[in-house]
Each structure stands twice: as C-alpha cells, then as structure tokens.
Write a new protein. Structure first.
Length: 255
C-alpha cells in the first residue's frame, strides 16, 4: 500500500505536495465561508501536475471528505426537503455528463475546465443580480442544470448556491444544504468515473491528500463565518479563477 502511494507521488516534489495541501486548506476554509472555492482553485495547481483529464475525478473524490466535514459542521441547518428535490434532478444528468468527460482528451478536458472557470464569475453575478425566486418545480429544473454541469467539469457549485438561495435559503443553511447535495451528487459521479476506469492510484492519492488536509477547513470556516468579510474573499477568488481559467484555455490551445 505504501509502495503504491509512493509511486503515485513519484513524479511530484515535496514542494508541489505542500502547495497542493496549502491550497486545499485555504480553499476548504473559503468554501465553508463563501460556499464555493475548492472546485475553483484546485484545478489551477493540479492541472500542471497530473494533467487536466485527472482533475475532475480527483476533486470528486476529495469532495467526499471536504463536504463530509461541512455536513458535520452544519448538520442541524440542513434543509432535507430541498436536498431530496435537488438530488433527484441533478444525479441522473450528473452521471451522463461524467461519462462524457471520461471520453475527452487531455487537451479537451483542459479547455472544458478552463472555460467553465472563466464562466463561473459572470454567471454568479448575473444570477445574483436577477434575484430569481424558485418554487419546488423551479428548484428541480435548476438542479437539472447544476447536475449537467457538475458531472463533467468544475465550478458547478456557483450554480447550486444560486439555485438554493433563489429557493429561499439564507446564511449558513445554504452552506449546509449545499454540502449534503454535493456529497450525494459526488458519489454518483465517482461511481461513473470508477466504472469508466478514470480512477487510478494517483487519483486516489491526490484526492486523499486534499481531502485529509481540507476536512478541518469546514470547522475553521464556521468559526470565522460571521467575522470575515466575504466580499473580499470573493473578489480575490474571482481574480484568481479568471486568470487561472484563461491561462488553462490558452495553454491548451497553443500546446
């Protein structure tokens, strides 16, 4: 077992592993405060190390630990009715697009991830500005859109947050319900990746590192959630995501 883990990290330096661990912890805390961050930030450090095609499976598996941490941290605030509605709409389409992702080449996967990262920033502002109000039917349809995007790329958390807030959730209840939905959707995505052979020892090793480091981030986030200015973190995250996404797309096109 130890030999397999050692081989998984054979081409990665200790400084690169420390960078992954540091970004994972920061993204986890940010995700616990703002509701998203891990899927937006981790591709920026993972793509150069493991290739774009491995990023979504790694984040999907790591999400099991990071979202489990959020569930335990915010368990009493989960809206279970909305969890069932969104999961029913999202999971089937998540599985379909997850399989589509496994068919992409490394270059195609990098373009998809980079493009989605760039689009998440204006998408979040547009959805927030329109202040759409969703009933249960609208919530289900929003869940279909979320599941379709989530299965084959990163950054879909922005859509889920917007849908949940439009359905009437506020504050920490959004983070709590988001965590449970992300957990159930993530399980379905991992099942598809596993069957399609997209999960390697290296994928599991990186996911375990990210998940283990990020797990306590949810509890740190809850301690800070009412003290930190979220708009500052959001502005920084937007700048990083836009720049990183553009670099990834350009890099894939010119290589």
């Amino acid at each position: 077992m130890l030999a397999a883990i050692s081989n998984a990290f054979a081409d990665v330096s200790i400084w690169q592993l420390l960078l992954v661990a540091g970004v994972a912890l920061f993204a986890s805390v940010l995700g616990g405060v703002a509701g998203y961050g891990t899927g937006a930030l981790m591709p920026l450090v993972l793509v150069p190390m493991v290739g774009a095609e491995n990023v979504v499976p790694i984040i999907a598996i790591a999400g099991m630990l990071t979202n489990t941490g959020r569930v335990f941290a915010y368990l009493s605030l989960v809206d279970w009715r909305k969890v069932w509605i969104v999961s029913a709409g999202a999971i089937p389409f998540c599985m379909i697009t997850a399989y589509g992702y496994t068919l992409l080449t490394g270059k195609g996967a990098q373009i998809v991830i980079g493009t989605m990262l760039i689009l998440t920033v204006p998408l979040r502002y547009v959805m927030r500005k329109r202040a759409i109000v969703l009933d249960n039917k609208g919530l289900f349809l929003g869940a279909v859109a979320y599941g379709t995007v989530m299965g084959g790329t990163v950054g879909a958390g922005v859509i889920l947050l917007s849908v949940l807030m439009a359905s009437g959730l506020v504050g920490a209840a959004v983070i709590a319900t988001d965590a449970v939905i992300s957990l159930t959707s993530g399980i379905s995505r991992i099942m598809v990746f596993g069957v399609a052979g997209a999960v390697s020892v290296q994928t599991i090793a990186f996911a375990a590192l990210i998940g283990a480091v990020a797990f306590p981030g949810a509890f740190l986030a809850r301690a800070f959630v009412e003290r930190l200015p979220i708009h500052i973190h959001t502005a920084i995250l937007d700048a990083v995501v836009l720049t990183g996404g553009l670099v990834m797309v350009v890099g894939a096109i010119v290589r």
